[in-house]
Ligand binder design. Sequence first.
Ligand SMILES: *Cc1c(COP(=O)(O)O)cnc(C)c1O
Ligand SMILES: [Zn+2]
Length: 429
Amino acid sequence: MSLFKTKSWLECLQCHRKYDLDSVRYSCDCGGLLDLTRDLGKIDGKKLLKTWEKRWGMKSGVESSGVWRYRELILDAPDDKIITKQEGNTRLYPAGKAGEYAGLKNFLLKHEGENPSGSFKDRGMTCGITAANVYGAKCVACASTGNTSASMAAYAAKCGFRSIIFIPSGKIAYGKLAQALAYGGLTLQIDGNFDDAMTLVQEICEKLDIYLLNSINPFRIEGQKAICFEILQQLDWKVPDWFVIPGGNLGNSSALSKGLMELHELGIIKKIPRIAVIQASGANPLYKMWKFNTPFKAVKDPETIATAIKIGNPVSWEKSLRGIRWSNGVVEEVTEQEIMDAKAMVDAAGIGAEPASCCSVAGAKKLVDAGIISSDESVVGILTGNVLKDPDAVINYHMDNLKDKGIHGTFANRPISVKATLEAVKAVL
Ligand SMILES: *Cc1c(COP(=O)(O)O)cnc(C)c1O
Ligand SMILES: [Zn+2]
C-alpha cells in the first residue's frame, strides 16, 4: 500500500526520471531538482473550481486552510496526517501610497506576512511537515535566513516533533530568531553564511536520518503554490497582468509559476500573467544570469539589509527560471536604498512588511520607470513577511542610522522628545 492516496510522483527537472512517493527523496540520482507532478489530464478543471468555491469561507476543518482548500493540487495526504494552522487566508490590499510611489493605478499587495508565523513560509511548511508526518519522521531540520526556521519551529511544536535549525551566525533578524527560540527549536548558529548552512544541513539530514524542510523539499513548493490560487480566487479568477515577487532561494517564485502553469493547463485560467522576480543587488545571481545571458554563477559573499533574501547560491534557480520564461517574465534587481524607501512607503500605507518583501514594490517601481510595466496594467505584488520580523531595520531607517550601509532615511519619521506640557506639545503639533 502506498503512503499517500495519490497518483502523483516526483520527476527530475533535468533527466525526467520518475520516482514514486513511497520513500523520502529530495533530489534525483543525477543531482537534478525534483518536481511533484500529477496527471492533470485526469482532473476536470471546471469541477475543481466549483469545489474550491464551495470551500471558500469554511470556518473549520482542514479545508478552511488557505492551502488545503486547494488540496487536489497540493498533496493527497489523509486528513488525519495533515498538520495545519489554518495558514493562508491572507488579505489582498490596494497598495495605496505604495501604489502611487510605484506609479501604478491598479496595484494590489498580497500580505503573506499575515500567516500564522508571520511569513509565506507557513504555506510550504504545512505541506512539508505533513509529508514528514506521513513518512513517520519525528525530527525535522532546516537551514534558514530566519522565516523558515520560525515557521518550522512553530509547526513542529504543534505536532510534537523535534526541530533543528541552522542559522548563519549574527545574520538573522531579531524577530525571527526570537520565534525560533520561543517555539522551542534547537537553534544552531554556525560560523558561515546561509549557503554554508544549507550545505551542512543537507549532509546532516542524509547521514542522521532527519527530515529536511528546506525549499529543496518538493512538498514545500507545492504548498506555496496556494499563494497564487488564493490571489486568483480573491480576484474571482480574473488574472492580473503581472505578479511581482522577491527572489532569494527562489522557491517562492518557482511555486508561483508552477501553480499558474497547472491552472492554465486545467483551463481554470486562460491568460498567462507575467512574472517579475526581484533580487537585492547584493545577492543577485539570477538577475546577473538573466541580464547578461550568462550561465548560472553563485554570488560569493551576498550582502543585503533584506536578510530573508541574502542568498548567493539559490537552490531553486532552475525552477524559477523555467517559470519566468514560460510567463514571458523578467528579473530585476534593486538597491538597498530602493528596498528601504519602498518599505517606508509600504509601511506608511498602513500595510507594513519586512525589508525583503518590499522588493516587490521597489521592483515594480523600477519596471514602471523603465517602461516594462505600464502604469495602467494590473499588478499584484507579494509581500512575503511581517513588518515586526525586523524591528531593527525599521528603527535604524527612521533614526537615519544606516549611513554605514549607504542607506539614507529618505522618508524618515523620527520620534521627537518633548516636555510633558500642553504648550510644548502644541508647539510641536
Ligand atoms: C524566504 C523569504 C523570501 C525569499 O523567498 P525564496 O523562496 O527563498 O525566494 C522573501 N521574503 C521573505 C520575507 C522570506 O521569508
Ligand atoms: Zn535526474
